[in-house]
Every structure is written in C-alpha cells, then in structure tokens.
Design a protein around this ligand. Structure first.
Ligand SMILES: Cc1ncc(C[n+]2csc(CCOP(=O)(O)OP(=O)(O)O)c2C)c(N)n1
Ligand SMILES: [Mg+2]
Length: 589
C-alpha cells in the first residue's frame, strides 16, 4: 500500500537534511502524528525515548554543547511542553542551539479551553529566539529551515508547535486560497557561521592597552573554546596567568603553566589574588556574572573579546571592546603584542603550587567519612585522558572545579548560567549517545540525581555505558552552607532517614550499582565501574559536614558563619571538626 506523505514526514526528513540524527523526547496524544513522521524516517533520525521531558531538553542542550550541532527535543502538548521549560532555559542561558518541537490541539478546537490546551508558543515566548505555530502544511519545510538557522545564528532556542490535524495532513495540502502576491518561499537547509574579526584600528587600540600593562590577567570563558592554543600563546607573550570560568574549564588544560584555576566562590585563592593585583584584564569569550570577583572599576584597564556586541562591557567598564571570534581575533592581535618579562607570571606559578598542595591535603584518603575532595580526586586520577565529565549544580561543582583536571582531550559540561540542579545525568546520556566510544561520567549530587534518576534506565535501555558517581551527602549541601554564610542556621536542607538505595536502583535498571562508605573501597569501586561494559553507578556516602569553602574566606563570611552558630546551627560539633581538621591537615602537609 502506498501511504500518502504526511506533514510530519516533511518535518522530520527536513531535520535529517540539516544533519539531525537524534530527537530526544516522550510521546503523547498531542504528537502522535509527529511520532509517525519519526517512525517513517527511523533510518535517518533516531528517537531516544526518555522518562521526563525536562531530561529531553537537557539532552538536546548537551548534545548541542558537545557536538556544536543543533540539539532537538520533542514533547506533547500541555504538560509535556511545560516539562521542557527548564532544559530550554539552560540552552538559552548557555547559548546552545536547540530546536524544541511540541504538539498542539487540533486547530478546530483552539481557544475553547480544550483538554490540555496550553499556549506553548506563548509560554516559550521568553525562552525562544524563534517561536512559531505551524498553521498550514505549506509552511514546511521552510519553517524548519528558518527555525534552525535562527537557533544557530542567535545561539538559542527555536520552538515549533504543530497542531494535531496539521501533523497528519497531506504534506502537499495548501487548504486555503492565497491572496496575491503570496507564494510560500522555497528555502535550503544550510547555515554557515560568519567569520568575525574586529577592525585593524580596534586591534591596535587593544594591543596598546595590553602592551602598557605590567600585571596582566586573562579571564577565559567558554567562548574561547577551540582557541586554547591561541589563549596560551597570548598568555606567554603577555606573561599573564590565565583564570578560567567554570563553563570555560575545558578551554585550556589545568596543567598549563599559565592556569591559576577558577574564579568566584568555587574558584582558587591565586585567581582571587590575581584579580586584586592586576592592572590590565583581557577577557576572552566570557560573560562571567559575579562582578564582585572582577576588578574594581578604575583598577584595571580592560580589553574584552566577545562574538556578541551587546555582551561586551556588561560586567565591567571596558576600555577596548573587540567584537569577534576569540580564535580569529587573538590570531590578529598576538603579532601586535610585545613580550613581557616572566616576573608577574612566576609569582602566580608559585601561588598555584601552594594552592595545589593545599587542595591535595584536603583530598586525603585518611579522612572519614569520605571527604568529597578525595572522591573528586579519585575520579580525576582514574578517568581516561579523553573522559567527558558532566556535573550538577551544588557542592559537587566546587569539588569538580578544583579536583577534576582538564588534561589530554578531556571535556567538562554543566548548566553554567542557569545553574540548574539535575542536568548531570541527562547531559551524560546525550553525550554518550553522540560519542559511544568515549568515557562519559556524570558527577552528581544526591539531590540532583533524585530529580531525574529515571534517566539511568534510559542509559541501560539504550546500552549507553555512562558512569554515574553520586557525591551523596544526603542533603542539599550547597544551600546548607549558603544559609550558614547568611548567618542563619540551616533549615530544610537535609533529607534524613531513610536514605534511599541508589545502587539498588541502578541494579534494578539492569546496570552496575555499588554503595561505598569507606575511603579504602573507593578506588576499586570506581575502577570496576569504569571497566564495566554498560551503565554503572557508584553511590558514595561523603561527609555531609564538609564545607565548600571559598578560595579566600573573607572576614564578613566568617562573621556570618559564626552568627549562624549563635542562632542555633545544628551539627556544630561535626562541622567544627571538619573545619578544624582541615586546618590541621593543611599545617601538617
Ligand atoms: C532546579 C533547581 N532547584 C533548586 C536549586 C537551588 N540549589 C542549588 S544547589 C542545590 C543543592 C543541590 O543538592 P545536591 O544535588 O545534593 O548537591 P550538593 O550541593 O549536596 O552537593 C540547590 C537546592 C537549583 N539550582 N536548581
Ligand atoms: Mg547533596
């Protein structure tokens, strides 16, 4: 039997022509026509069935971040679409090109408060850079082309929502009379990114500022990705240490002689010192939000390179804003720079050595309960040189920032600007799907894991050998410390008893699962999990009273911390031992 082509087939086959090979989603009565389009194109586009649409959106976001190609997610009308929202905001805030496709009630009932009727186009008005209801089969495939091109060009979320009747309408149907001179446009599935390089005069002005500086600092963000060699070359000529934002961690290896580590609450003391000390700052592809950790206005001359004109100069008064691709711009800028002596750089290399010694002391295996730093250190030591680490928001991000080292071809992804809980596991599933041969590890909090833990079953169903390592403090650890730093005793942040058996969940899904409480058992458990051919989970009970201390504790922070104690902070003894023991450990080593 010859099956007539339906509009959804045009939608999906156009995605394939754009090079889309995967759609992450979950079916529903609002997208049964689109599912049929996927079924008919199953040889070209794989449908990955998830357990929660939020995870599908995180997966599309991670797929885009890791491959550079558009990530696509699919959800049904009403609740399905609503579930996508958090993952789509993650893509928006981290500038990842994502296409969200949703269903909508039949066009004949729209506006009648029909079952599940939610105006998803209105709901996504804020998150989307392109947002359209498909009203007529004749709009496809053009709207797919415009949506994807816009998502790439504006680095954000495009949304197409398709009513049920349009999804299964004959693809060649144009049911309405057109009014002259209208004719649907014919378009092609192609986008080529422009090469952007600043004007020569602006490059000269930037070079003048950088050449005049005596203490230059570089702050590199994810926008410098792919330009790591040029960033190090600039650091070499300028004798300038490199600070990396957390999102930009993989831009330059952590063992680079120029790197001082991260900045901000989960950064390093040498990076903070450097910012206080610098007379010139070169910002590369970063929109680092924590202005409190940037130089005071007037302290340093600033040159900032960013691809987005509106972003340059939003955080700090910028003397020379350069709009351009970081790699292309540095290539043009470096020949204009004069070489500086090594004094400033060497001072920070000494500080970094001391800082690393302190961090190593905190990662001691002799601390019980297991120190989260020891866990992160073991991960770092035992993972491959091309491992991809995904991470949740929470104290885990601090441990990963400080103890997970970028070396070889390692990569690192997290929800950078939205800083959402729970992306670690869905990110890992999507990245493993994109790179089946690579070691992909999700380093997650117990709070974040519990939110989307069903996606471990997605990994086992698809045979995706992701490794999940839970930094299990049985608490919303990050918030516990935030409350204390505000001067308030903790409240509503510990999960208490009974403690769930996440390892049993992993085994129940058909994967490897183990629960670890003793430091001595940890390296072997990780080794076994990493060697396991399928998905594996290591649930590690870590010390819940281990504070993710900032690189430099300020007097104000210490005072507030003390206030929370006076106001009745529970677990004081355990926390005191932790803090005190750290001091002893640092003094001893
Ligand atoms: C969706 C969402 N809800 C709440 C928060 C606020 N928040 C940030 S970190 C955190 C604690 C996370 O707990 P867990 O995943 O166990 O990590 P931990 O801090 O304990 O290492 C919370 C509640 C958030 N960022 N995202
Ligand atoms: Mg936790």
């Amino acid at each position: 039997m010859n099956v007539a082509e339906i509009t959804s087939e045009v939608l999906i086959s156009r995605l394939a022509e754009w090079g889309v090979d995967t759609v992450f989603g979950l079916p529903g009565d609002g997208i049964n026509g689109i599912m049929e389009g996927l079924r008919r194109n199953a040889d070209k586009v794989r449908f990955v069935l998830v357990h929660h649409e939020e995870a599908a959106a995180f997966m599309a976001c991670a797929y885009a971040k890791a491959t550079g190609k558009i990530g696509v997610c699919l959800a049904t009308s009403g609740p399905g679409g609503i579930h996508l929202a958090n993952g789509l905001y993650d893509a928006k805030l981290d500038h990842a090109p994502v296409l969200a496709i949703t269903g909508m009630q039949e066009s004949s009932v729209l506006g009648t408060n029909y079952q599940q009727e939610v105006d998803l186009d209105r709901l996504f008005q804020d998150v989307a850079v392109y947002n359209q209801v498909v009203m007529n089969p004749a709009q496809l495939p053009t709207l797919v082309d415009v949506a994807i091109r816009t998502a790439y060009a504006r680095r954000g979320v495009a949304h197409l929502t398709v009513p049920n009747d349009i999804q299964i309408a004959p693809a060649d149907k144009d049911p309405y009379a057109t009014v002259a001179p209208v004719k649907p446009p014919a378009t092609k599935p192609i986008y080529l990114s422009p090469a952007v390089r600043p004007r020569d005069a602006d490059l000269r002005a930037a070079a003048d500022v950088l050449n005049a500086g005596t203490k230059v600092a570089i702050l590199a963000g994810i926008g410098a990705r792919g330009a790591g060699a040029a960033v190090e070359q600039a650091a070499d000529v300028l004798g300038a240490p490199i600070i990396k934002t957390l999102s930009g961690k993989m831009v330059v290896p952590d063992d680079s002689p120029y790197v001082t580590g991260g900045l901000g609450l989960l950064g390093t003391a040498p990076s903070e010192d450097l910012i206080e000390d610098a007379d010139t700052l070169l910002m590369l592809g970063t929109n680092f939000p924590y202005t409190k950790f940037l130089p005071e206005a007037g302290q340093a001359k600033v040159v900032q390179i960013d691809i987005e004109p509106a972003r340059v100069g939003t955080r700090i008064p910028t003397d020379v804003p350069l709009v351009g691709d970081v790699g292309a711009t540095l290539e043009a800028l470096i020949p204009l720079l004069t070489r500086k002596d090594r004094k400033h750089l060497e001072k920070y290399q000494d500080k970094v050595r001391d800082w690393r010694d302190n961090m190593a002391a905190l990662a001691s295996p002799s601390r019980t309960p297991i120190a989260p730093q020891f866990l992160a250190h073991c991960l770092d030591r035992l993972a491959t040189d091309d491992a991809v680490l995904t991470c949740d928001s929470g104290t885990i991000a601090t441990w990963a920032a400080r103890h997970w080292n970028i070396r070889g071809n390692r990569e690192f992804y997290l929800s950078g600007t939205l800083a959402s809980m729970a992306p670690g596991l869905p990110y890992a599933v999507a990245i493993q799907h994109a790179y089946p041969g690579r070691q992909v590890i999700a380093f997650v909090g117990d709070g974040g894991f519990a939110m989307l833990m069903a996606e471990f079953h997605t990994a086992t169903r698809y045979g995706l050998p992701v490794k999940v390592v839970i930094n299990n403090n049985n608490a919303l650890g990050q918030i516990l410390w935030e409350q204390m730093v505000l001067g308030y005793p903790e409240h509503g942040v510990r999960f208490g008893e009974p403690v769930p058996d996440y390892a049993a969940w992993a085994r129940g899904c058909g994967g490897f699962g183990v629960h670890i409480e003793k430091p001595d058992d940890l390296p072997d458990a990780l080794t076994e999990a990493f060697a396991h051919p399928g998905p594996a989970l290591v649930d590690v009970a870590v010390d819940p009273n281990e504070p993710p201390l900032p690189g430099k504790v300020s007097y104000e922070q210490a005072k507030k911390f003390a206030a929370s104690w006076l106001h009745g902070q529970p677990h004081k003894a355990a926390i005191a031992t932790t803090l005190f023991r750290d001091k002893i450990q640092q003094l001893k080593d």
